[in-house]
Design a protein around this ligand. Structure first.
Ligand SMILES: Cc1cc2nc3c(=O)[nH]c(=O)nc-3n(C[C@H](O)[C@H](O)[C@H](O)COP(=O)(O)OP(=O)(O)OC[C@H]3O[C@@H](n4cnc5c(N)ncnc54)[C@H](O)[C@@H]3O)c2cc1C
Length: 686
């Protein structure tokens, strides 16, 4: 309303509507205006009575309503603190209860951070959407994918040609439908083999560990490739079946259509000429498997287990295919041998030194998340970003779910992972431990000694959380399986982007990095001066890490605050130690936190500016963020990839981006990576 008032649109307030032209006019003025004009607009917004002075009362009144409307995620005392700090930043107190525009603007000019907030006063822009990716840029980032796809196409064509030569030239067959059925049949064999090879998870781990090999083989996309091969299998199965059906229907001279379809009179296939009978069963089983693998069904709540069980049809399908086709076993013996080896190797999860273990403690982080500390089995080795399948045999005995290890490999005592409550299994586990906690709470007299409520001093609204609790619940772990996160140590500049719980692999990596830093730290016994072994740090390949964490819930920030805080402090000590010996320091890590539950800042005109101004002032005065208490300021709204990526491009020669989160966000980031020719790696969506 105040903005409309400033622009002489009072009539719109009374009419409670505004036409598009007027909105565009205001938006244009706001976006094109110089800093001083933007400052004047903000000043006028704050100057409620229009007396050309902004008073303490006006600022307080404005912000109280504004923070409320904005649903700023802090309680009233914290909001009051925010307003008081803003007043402090503008030098307003009992002796100085109001300021005019000149003073307001002078203070903004003196504090560039505050002035920068005015930049947000902008027209809504679609700057963050890329319409067209240049083919050249895309090709450069995906060249090995293209080579693999070409290889696949060429192999399929070669196979088809060899079948045609065999049937048409050597066996003189002229029946088109029979030839088509054979071509599709051979393609089924090829794709069946590929579908097994692509799910050899331990082989993938071995390939990932070899840098030269993973450069050529896009192992990170093996699950996607498995899906595409599954689609190809479905298509070839339909073509194969239809071609046979048409062939039987058009060749009824010796056998009736019914006989050909449902009996073994034609004596086709390997065992007892049962190709026709087995093919009918195969078609039903294949259909079930493929239907329940469709993302739209699989992603539905509770349907994952249906997907899992229908995928076990793989075994009867495999046996039937051997009976069905004469040389199928020749195609599959090698991959099936490897597959069986992996299955046997997996049995180690039932050994106490590998997979059977117990919880040590757990932490109920908030109303959705628990972190578990597990006693690390003696022979359990892992790398950063690895994930394991876990099973709580006493809670749900038959279900294994994947979780990323969020602790670092250097920690020999425990492995940690964070579990966010979704639906079935995670809900059961969460509720089980909350009940356990409540049960123990009731039965323990010395409650305060048993349960430690950790005060975080942040804006996290859940005052009851987090709770730390000891537990000896038995847990089985299978794995570890690798992910692309481990590549980051071979990169120069990495950008780690986590959305919500997607930050877990990067938490492990950061803990590991901090461990490396601390290993190189020496503290003088006499003067307690801290120094670092420079060579080891300066000559390492990884020079800079940018961590981007995007959260919809403010309480999520608490999961890894302690770790990130420690890293910030470690970096400060490191930079200080460099300055002390006359080396100009370069930052090693930068955090970028985004809280997105407020309206996105590229869809509004002035709405984010006052809040940004207040939180920036808070950071400037108290040297900590209002939401997280870290030195890094939490940005309200979504990341503006165009600005961020342009900055990275200007600062670094080679950048690698790692992302874990929603696929839609990943697609967006991938497109920006293609645009800027950054390498892009992603983890499966949680
Ligand atoms: C490699 C990987 C690492 C992961 N790491 C974490 C982590 O660190 N923290 C975290 O909170 N979550 C993580 N997840 C997600 C977690 O595994 C699922 O949230 C959990 O399995 C959901 O089970 P549910 O029955 O409670 O939910 P549902 O509502 O039944 O399922 C929710 C989603 O999880 C998928 N899902 C369900 N069961 C399984 C299963 N057994 N295996 C694979 N996917 C399944 C479903 O397809 C669905 O999309 C990870 C997932 C993967 C694939």
């Amino acid at each position: 309303e105040r903005l409309l008032d400033i622009f002489g649109e009072k009539s719109c307030i009374q009419a409670n509507s505004i036409n598009g032209h007027r909105v565009i006019r205001i938006a244009r003025v706001l976006s094109m205006a110089s800093m001083s004009v933007k400052a004047l607009i903000l000043f006028k917004v704050l100057d409620h009575d229009g007396d050309k002075y902004v008073s303490i009362e006006e600022i307080k009144q404005f912000y109280e309503i504004y923070l409320d409307e904005f649903k700023f995620p802090c309680d009233s005392s914290r909001r009051q603190e925010l307003i008081d700090t803003l007043l402090q930043a503008f030098g307003m107190n009992d002796a100085n209860r109001q300021m005019n525009f000149d003073k307001f603007y002078k203070i903004l000019q003196e504090k560039p951070n505050l002035l920068e907030s005015l930049q947000l006063m902008n027209i809504p822009n679609n700057d963050d959407q890329i319409d067209k990716i240049k083919w050249k840029a895309w090709r450069k980032n995906n060249k090995y994918h293209i080579i693999i796809i070409l290889l696949y196409i060429l192999t399929t064509i070669a196979l088809d040609i060899s079948v045609i030569i065999e049937l048409v030239v050597k066996e003189q067959i002229r029946n088109f439908w029979l030839i088509l059925a054979h071509i599709a049949g051979f393609s089924i064999k090829l794709n069946f083999v590929l579908s097994i090879v692509l799910m050899l998870k331990h082989c993938m781990v071995l390939i990932r560990a070899r840098r030269w090999l993973r450069r050529f083989l896009p192992v990170d996309d093996h699950i996607d490739a498995h899906r595409y091969v599954g689609v190809a299998l479905a298509v070839y199965s339909v073509v194969h079946s239809l071609a046979h059906v048409i062939n039987y229907a058009t060749n009824t001279k010796d056998y009736s259509f019914f006989q050909s379809m449902f009996t073994s009179v034609r004596q086709q296939g390997w065992v007892n000429g049962s190709a026709a009978i087995t093919s009918n069963i195969l078609l039903v089983l294949f259909s079930l498997m493929i239907i329940f693998s469709l993302q739209c069904i699989r992603k539905r709540t509770g349907f994952y287990m249906v997907f899992h069980y229908t995928h076990l049809l793989f075994w009867p399908i495999f046996v039937l295919l051997i009976i069905h086709s004469r040389d199928f076993w020749k195609w599959t013996c090698a991959p099936m041998f490897l597959y069986m080896c992996e299955k046997i190797y997996l049995l180690k999860r039932y050994l106490p030194k590998n997979g059977r273990t117990h919880l040590k403690s757990l932490r109920i982080e908030d109303k959705n998340t628990i972190s578990f500390n597990i006693n690390r089995p003696e022979h359990f080795n892992f790398n950063v970003g690895d994930y394991v399948y876990i099973c709580f045999p006493r809670i749900v005995s038959h279900q294994w779910h994947p979780f990323t290890i969020s602790s670092c490999p250097e920690n020999n005592d425990i492995i940690r992972f964070h579990m966010m409550k979704k639906k079935n299994w995670t809900r059961k586990v969460y509720d089980y431990f909350v009940k356990e906690w409540e049960r123990q709470k009731e039965h323990k007299e010395s409650f305060m000694e048993q349960f430690t409520s950790v005060t975080t001093d942040t804006c996290i609204p859940e005052v009851n959380h987090p709770y730390v609790m000891d537990s000896t619940e038995s847990i089985w772990i299978e794995g570890p399986y690798s992910s692309s996160t481990s590549y980051m140590f071979n990169c120069e500049h990495v950008v780690l982007i986590g959305a919500g719980i997607g930050i877990t692999p990067y938490a492990s990596a950061l803990e590991c990095l901090m461990h490396h830093f601390r290993e190189r730290q020496t503290i003088c016994k006499q003067c307690h001066h801290v120094s670092y072994k420079q060579e080891a740090i300066q000559y390492r390949k990884l020079k800079k890490v940018d961590v981007i964490w995007v959260n919809r819930n403010v309480e999520n920030f608490s999961w890894f605050l302690q770790l990130f805080n420690e890293f910030e402090n470690e970096q400060s000590t490191y930079l200080e130690s460099l300055r002390a010996i006359g080396i100009s320091p370069k930052r090693f890590i930068d955090f970028h936190f985004y809280y997105t539950n407020l309206k996105s800042n590229n869809q509004v005109m002035i709405r984010n500016v006052p809040i940004d101004l207040a939180t920036t002032a808070y950071g400037d005065v108290l040297n900590k963020d209002i939401l997280t208490k870290m030195r890094t300021k939490t940005i309200l709204g979504r990341p503006q990839w165009s600005l961020l990526f342009a900055k990275f491009k200007a600062e670094h020669q080679r950048t690698s981006v790692f992302f874990t989160g929603q696929p839609a966000m990943g697609d967006d980031i991938k497109r920006w990576c293609d645009q800027y020719q950054f390498l892009y790696y992603h983890e499966p969506y949680y």
